[in-house]
Ligand binder design. Structure first.
Ligand code: 7RM
Length: 632
């Protein structure tokens, strides 16, 4: 079977084979790679205990497949193009050969700092090529990277460092974001006051922001690598050895560390990248995500490099120096494939078409969307104004846990329909179920989205707590992976993702647990209790609406609101700041003490009439008073 699908007939054949003979299908794909030793058993699995292994007994190193494998054929081809925050600053490029050298140097640097196979390395960096270099350097020596998005607060960083027991943090003096420079090292210093496992900090010089270096703990990247050799043999890894941890929010508690392992993730990132985007040699590919999110892992770094692609990394923001920045970068680098999030599309659409018109955008062939449902208006604007009516739009549905794209059109192959992620990729066996777990068969049905068979890129556990992982994903419905999303299958059998059905909200494509935000708000000394829900937001997709009970109704409500925003920023990061805060005297609770979020959601949506059944409430009168004080 040729790994690259070229027509709908080939898609159908590949899909069918992937269901009927999954092991043969994925074994054929895995043979495309360089292995130290081929695997003994392609797949073993059990969803109820949750134990999944792909390519067991196989040995390899993913960086040999990202780098060494390409040296002979495309060593001088550009691997990474880096576009800085400031358009007047110099672009950097790294060929595959140069990237290979940088990775080997950084790998030797990590070794020299005492990092060993299996150790966890935290990466807290801006969008610079060194972020990709250090990820691959970790993988080169079998260390497990845990990237923390550089917009998260010191407290969030501490939580993640502690959970993964990281030994070392790789950071920078600062990060440029539009007109601002953010002091990253300062945030790391604060986080390390309460992160006992970290004994070393490597600091990349980037913004030239002055920093304090702690004697015996902190070292400069450029000094540490200066003496390192650019030759580093790749450590032999087992197929199921951990490749990375990435923290993501769920409906309860603190974010959990989703674990991906080596071979399955590799095959999935590569297979999905190739087929969804239909990447052709020479194409310039740009994904606007940050490497701190799974999209950055799979579709800025691993997927493209495994495929020998040229991947563009952008340090800046869509609106700096103005709202034409994305389009200017596309023309400047002749980008062929562009992958971004609906929230970015909506915010640029709101700025007016005059920011798009000056640019030709004629290099574009394919446009991608990811992170949240794309509404029809945004889809159409993207198609008409960015794609000029001639580009394919691939609306890609997937999750941190899935490792890579699961439902998506194949560019220039699958007929698209606005707002539909369309069809599952080969290897993805979906099932829609009702609340009781009964399968919804046939078309024109809507229910909870599950997957009934393992795919190579799926998570293997959540770090340090396998039972939590099993409970989260495999206990809701027997023998199924539950995604947490609601989904409709239409008359054509096409899938449309509706959104989360659990207590997770999606704000500008950022996943957040309502409990996480509530816990942050509750840190304010005058807050007694809070309840957080999402509400429809024209740009962000969902906004955050917080109902807050204080010890006394605050006299200076605006002041108190500002304090709460400050607390949330400190606990999680600015992305978690509520859009609306309503002070309330009580929350609608059932007799067993559960907050009825359904009611709060309706009020946040602006619903003033029917709120459904409130008869099970302990005190139905609180609903009236919340309704009266609702913020429009
Ligand atoms: C890749 C990523 C996952 C959640 C997921 C959905 C939502 C993602 C789409 C989408 C509708 C899409 N990973 N989601 N892609 N909803 N259409 N194309 O975003 O772990 O951060 O979030 O995002 O709710 O469960 S994530």
């Amino acid at each position: 079977m040729n790994p690259r699908i070229k027509s709908m007939a080939e898609y159908e054949a590949a899909y069918q084979q992937s269901v009927e003979q999954p092991e043969q299908f994925w074994a054929a794909m895995a043979h495309e790679f360089t292995w130290k030793k081929k695997w003994d058993k392609t797949l073993s699995w059990n969803f109820n205990e949750f134990d999944v292994k792909w390519f067991e007994g196989g040995q390899l190193n993913i960086t040999e497949n990202c780098l060494d494998r390409h040296l002979e054929t495309r060593g001088d081809q550009t691997a990474i193009i880096w576009e800085p925050n400031d358009p007047t600053h110099t672009v950097r490029t790294l060929t595959y050969r140069e990237l290979h050298r940088e990775v080997c140097k950084a790998a030797n640097m990590l070794k020299a700092q005492g990092v060993q196979k299996g150790d966890r390395v935290c990466i807290y960096l801006p969008m610079v090529p060194e972020a990709a270099v250090i990820m691959l350097a970790c993988a080169r020596i079998g260390a497990i990277h845990s990237i923390v998005f550089a917009g998260f607060s010191a407290q969030s960083l501490t939580d993640r460092l502690t959970d993964a027991e990281c030994k070392i943090v790789i950071t920078a003096d600062g990060a440029f974001r539009g007109a601002k420079a953010i002091g990253l090292k300062e945030i790391v210093d604060e986080a390390l006051l309460t992160s006992p496992t970290v004994t070393r900090v490597v600091v990349l010089q980037h913004t030239m922001t002055p920093v304090t270096m702690v004697e015996g703990r902190d070292i400069w990247w450029h000094e540490a690598v200066s003496t390192c050799s650019d030759v580093c043999e790749a450590t032999v890894m087992d197929a199921e050895d951990m490749l990375f941890i990435l923290y993501t929010s769920g409906s309860t508690g603190k974010p959990k560390g989703v674990v991906h392992t080596t071979a399955g993730y590799m095959v999935w990132a590569w297979y999905t990248f190739n087929n969804v985007f239909q990447y052709d040699p020479g194409d310039i590919y740009w994904c606007t995500a940050d490497v701190g999110w799974i999209t950055g892992h799979s579709y800025i770094v691993y997927g493209p490099l495994l495929s020998g692609a040229t991947t563009l990394m952008f340090e800046g923001v869509p609106t700096y120096p103005d709202a034409g920045r994305f389009w200017q970068v596309i023309d400047k680098h002749k980008v062929n494939i562009f992958y971004t999030a609906p929230t970015a599309i909506r915010s640029l659409m709101a700025q007016g078409d005059e920011f798009v018109y000056p640019y030709s955008l004629e290099s574009l062939k394919t446009l991608g969307s990811v992170g949240e449902p794309i509404n029809e208006e945004a889809w159409q604007w993207y198609f008409d104004n960015v794609g000029k009516g001639k580009c394919w739009i691939v609306d890609t549905w997937w999750q941190t846990e899935t490792g890579g794209i699961m439902i998506s059109p194949l560019a220039h192959i699958t007929p698209t329909k606005p707002t539909f992620a369309t069809l599952p990729l080969p290897g993805v066996q979906l099932m829609l179920v009702d609340a009781n777990g009964n399968e919804l068969e046939g078309n024109n049905v809507e229910g909870n989205l599950c997957v009934k068979f393992p795919w190579p890129g799926m998570l293997r556990t959540t770090y340090g707590d396998h039972e939590r992982c099993r409970m989260n994903y495999f206990a809701t419905y027997s023998n199924l992976y539950f995604t947490g999303d609601g989904c409709r299958r239409d008359y054509d059998g096409y899938y449309r993702i509706i959104g989360r059905v659990d207590d997770v909200i999606n704000v500008s494509g950022h996943r957040m647990g309502t409990a996480e935000v509530e816990n942050a708000i509750n840190e304010h000394p005058h807050v007694i209790e809070s309840a957080v829900v999402g509400f429809p937001h024209p740009i962000k997709g969902q906004g955050i609406y917080a109902y807050v009970i204080c010890d006394h109704m605050p006299d200076h409500a605006d002041q108190r609101k500002r304090e709460i925003l400050e607390v949330v920023s400190k606990q999680i990061g600015p992305i978690a700041k509520p859009d609306k805060i309503q002070f309330v005297a009580g929350l609608p609770k059932t007799r067993s003490g559960k907050i009825m979020r359904r009611i709060l959601r309706k009020i946040a949506e602006g619903e003033t009439g029917n709120l459904g059944d409130t008869s099970t409430l302990l005190d139905p009168s609180v609903v009236e008073s919340i309704k009266n004080g609702a913020l429009s």
